[in-house]
Write a new protein. Structure first.
Lengths: 478, 207
């Protein structure tokens, strides 16, 4: 019996190993030097490490590096695959869920947090827009709308993540850029409502540009009641009419600033005897540093003691950007230069924190139940082995089996630390309408002290015609 | 005495199991089966070749049955010339509109009652070829400019979807609208419409 239990746990643990996160360090290093091709090559090489359970995560991570490398078609291909996998993972298998319950949540296929699933479509929309395939970008806008509608229907808690201000805002920009002012207005209005209602936890206010967009489209659609309402709400906002913009070209700047937060294990060692309590306190005193590095020692100590139950919970570690705003200078061949400042439209860290906070009660209950089950199975295996060994060998066999089974219960406890790590900490956006012509684009970012730094990665030349829209995507790692 | 045969039986079974596992492991993941192009293959529930074919066939049938064609042929004593305009994809899917339009064009052309001329995107390539002929081809084989046939009608339309979803069940409604517009008068002489509705159900849990 004990051997069977051990064999099951061992086999279940084979799939329970978490994804090695080392490649993220190398990717970050390449992004820091603006070597996007290298960042993508590292991601491509790490594909096997992701394994079958993290196909969605690979698609998301790679989709971002490919976008930064300017490989928009390929980026859409991997993001398409990730999106299809998300749909497929709607159906859960009892076998996989049971295996995860016996080991850890890393055995489950990663389907992404709801905000990450929305970001798949956001990235695809930006890719299509960068390829000048606006009708395809609009398909993504419709998919965003559908995904968010389904999410809102499913999420009863009004304070949870159930809509996305930035995704709605981007959809509005795409509609307006293709001349569909009615749908643009609807998307802007939804974006405004979402930014406004979620500003407490999303740490993102209503962008000033969105206020101007609402005024302009309400005016263009002759929605006098809405226009007057928005004029009262945003008395300071300067805006120009749609007719005034029609002979101009549009530049949209998307700036990915900083790095998305990462997850770490937070171990809760629950002693169920006085001896065990002393051991846990002593162990904590000895190893105050990185608990991750002392997992082997914990396994041996707690396995020998046999009276410690370990629970692992994920903890969010923010990696905040130093950038407050990005400044883009458009230098025309003739005429005065134009300076555009980006503003925050998406705080990814706040979204990740919210997603984890919403799911943490469920994760905790599951982790405690799993730890209790593992402990009772290990206890049963130890007692069974002792009885089978006979009176003389029982103490020694009990010690050995206890060390193995209870040690395994401690060692296999690990939280699911997977998240879309190639996303930025914050997304900033700027829109500008400029006279048609040739422009040299210069980018700069302002750090917390508003000391401007030139960003070599964002320098390029653009030729714009009337009515045309250009999308500039830049990555700032500070 | 019975111990040995029992053990043998188990060892044979173990070997057989290993062989089966081995064979299963050796077998490729890809299996290809050739089937007739007309067979309905609804795999994901998204727009597929069957939808494209059904809509094209239905539209062609409609287009040929309605009086605009006979009215034109009788009054002008020739086939109407049609150019394909934009078929806008207003749906939730990245539909390859080009294959659908080609299906339609082919069916109508093969009916011998309509002449299609190259559309906006194709024309540039044809004109560039003509320009090159003027420079590089033998004089008696060169095709002169200014002899293109002007279209009588432009065919344009939209593919739109309405999508509803709850608890893993999706209801997808496709509506394809095509219209033939008289290039001289802007009059809409024919309006074709085809609707398709699909329900896609997904189970939340399986064993």
């Amino acid at each position: 019996m004990s051997a069977q239990v051990l064999a099951f746990l061992c086999s279940a643990s084979l799939g329970g190993c978490s994804l090695s996160q080392n490649h993220y360090l190398l990717v970050d290093k390449s992004l820091l030097t603006s070597d996007y091709q290298q960042a993508d090559a590292i991601m491509r090489q790490a594909e096997k490490d992701y394994g079958a359970k993290s196909r969605v995560l690979y698609g998301m991570d790679r989709g971002m590096t490919l976008q930064l490398a300017g490989e928009y078609e390929q980026s859409n291909q991997v993001l398409d695959e990730a999106e299809e996998e998300v749909d497929r993972l709607y159906t859960r298998t009892v076998r996989t869920e049971s295996a995860a319950f016996m080991t850890n949540d890393n055995t489950l296929p990663y389907e992404g947090e709801p905000y990450e699933q929305v970001m798949i479509n956001v990235l695809k929309a930006l890719n299509y827009a960068s390829l000048n395939r606006w009708q395809d970008a609009l398909v993504e806008a419709r998919r965003i709308d559908h995904r968010l509608n389904v999410l809102a229907d499913r999420t009863k808690d009004k304070a949870a993540y159930r809509d996305d201000g930035f995704a709605r805002y981007l959809s509005g920009i795409l509609y307006e850029s293709t001349g569909d002012i009615n749908n643009a207005f609807i998307a802007y209005r939804k974006a405004y409502e979402t930014f406004d209602s979620s500003r407490g936890w999303s740490r993102t206010g209503v962008p000033a540009q969105l206020q101007a967009d609402l005024l302009r489209t309400a005016d263009a659609l002759h929605l006098s009641q809405e226009l007057s309402d928005y004029q009262q709400r945003f008395p300071e906002t300067a805006w120009s009419s749609l007719e005034a913009n029609q002979q101009l070209a549009q530049v949209i700047v998307i700036s990915y600033n900083g790095r998305a937060p990462r997850k770490e294990d937070q171990f809760l060692d629950l002693p169920i005897s006085v001896d065990a309590l002393q051991l846990v306190l002593l162990n904590r005193g000895l190893f105050q540093g990185n608990r991750q590095q002392h997992r082997a020692a914990d396994t041996a100590l707690y396995g020998l003691n046999g009276r410690v139950v370990r629970v692992a919970l994920p903890m969010m570690v923010p990696q905040k950007t130093q950038v407050r705003t990005d400044t883009i200078r458009l230098l025309p061949v003739e005429g005065a230069p134009l300076t555009v400042r980006t503003e925050l439209v998406q705080n990814v860290t706040a979204l990740a924190n919210k997603a984890l906070a919403d799911r943490l009660p469920g994760i905790t209950v599951k982790a405690v139940a799993r730890a209790a089950l593992k402990f009772s199975m290990a206890e049963a295996a130890t007692r069974g082995a002792q009885q089978a060994a006979g009176r003389d060998a029982a103490p020694l066999v009990g010690l050995a089996v206890g060390l193995l089974t209870k040690g395994f219960a401690v060692a296999s406890e690990e939280s699911d630390k997977r998240s879309w790590r190639t996303l930025p900490d914050e997304i900033h956006l700027a829109r500008a309408w400029v006279s048609p012509g040739k422009y040299h684009i210069e980018g700069a970012v302002a750090d917390v002290g508003f000391r401007f730094m030139r960003s070599a990665a964002s320098e390029k030349t653009l030729t714009l015609r009337a009515g045309e829209t250009a999308i500039l995507i830049q990555r700032v790692m500070q | 005495m019975n111990v040995m045969p029992e053990r043998n039986r188990w060892s044979k079974l173990a070997v057989l199991m290993c062989l089966l596992v081995g064979l299963a492991a050796c077998g490729g993941e890809t299996r290809v089966t050739r089937i007739d192009a007309g067979v309905v293959t609804d795999l994901s529930g998204r727009w597929n070749d069957t939808d494209s074919r059904i809509v094209a066939e239905s539209m062609v049938k409609e287009a040929l049955e309605y009086p605009w064609l006979n009215t034109f042929s009788q009054s002008k004593r020739r086939q109407p010339v049609v150019v394909v305009g934009t078929v806008l994809n207003n749906s939730h899917e990245h539909i390859n509109v080009h294959t659908f339009v080609t299906d339609l064009e082919r069916e109508l052309t093969n009916s011998q009652r309509v002449t299609f001329v190259a559309g906006k995107n194709e024309r540039d390539e044809v004109r560039s070829e003509r320009k090159e002929q003027a420079m590089y081809a033998r004089e008696d084989t060169q095709k002169a400019p200014g002899k293109e046939i002007g279209a009588d009608y432009i065919m344009k339309g939209t593919i739109a979807t309405i999508l509803d979803e709850a608890d893993g069940t999706k209801a997808m409604f496709y509506q394809v609208d095509l219209q033939m517009v008289d290039l001289e008068s802007n009059a809409k002489v024919w309006f074709g419409q085809k609707k398709i509705k699909k329900v896609i159900e997904k189970k939340r849990t399986i064993f």
